[in-house]
Write a protein that binds this ligand. Structure first.
Ligand SMILES: [Zn+2]
Length: 173
């Protein structure tokens, strides 16, 4: 049986996934840390998991990132994926290529869609008993104007830049 490699994205840490409670080997990327607000519980959980050696930070090869970009264009989820999301998907793909049974833990539909496309397995946080529902926000990476997540526009009304999506800050976390 192939060794399991759990890959954690930003949503896993924000939703309260505790790497210390899971026996399998776990991985993430540095970009995930950058998406967590410093000083918050998710940020502290992230650091504790890295320091304890329970989760390893790896950097996928650029060619894997390109593969993920191509796949995300095909499924139309590219604008929803942050740099961290792309890296998480690329890392899972790379670990799978190394013969591991890679499994992304995420509640992010866009990551799930692209994972499907590239043939990487994923599981939602529900699997780990976490019933946190994610709220998203659309924002402009150039002028930082924010838009509601259900907004249908693709370009910033102010400066015309393609909008990106990120998890909305949760005040209780
Ligand atoms: Zn803008």
């Amino acid at each position: 049986m192939k060794e399991k490699a759990i890959v954690l994205d930003t949503s896993a840490f924000i939703a309260g996934f505790d790497p210390l409670a899971v026996p399998e080997k776990q991985y993430t990327v540095l970009e995930v840390k950058n998406e967590l607000n410093s000083g918050t519980m998710p940020w502290m959980r992230f650091n504790a998991a890295i320091e304890s050696g329970k989760v390893r930070i790896l950097k996928p090869k650029e060619s894997r990132v390109q593969e993920v970009l191509e796949a995300s264009k095909k499924v139309g989820d590219m604008r929803y994926l942050s740099e961290a999301d792309l890296q998480v998907l690329a890392l899972a793909l790379e670990l799978k290529g190394r013969g591991l049974n890679a499994l992304i833990v995420t509640d992010d539909y866009s990551i799930q869609n692209v994972a499907n496309k590239i043939g990487v397995e994923f599981t939602s946080l529900m699997t780990f008993g976490i019933k946190f529902r994610f709220k998203w926000i659309l924002y402009c990476p150039a002028c930082y104007r924010k838009y509601p997540a259900d907004c249908k526009i693709e370009l910033c009304e102010v400066c015309g830049t393609e909008l990106k999506r990120k998890p909305k800050k949760k005040s209780h976390l």
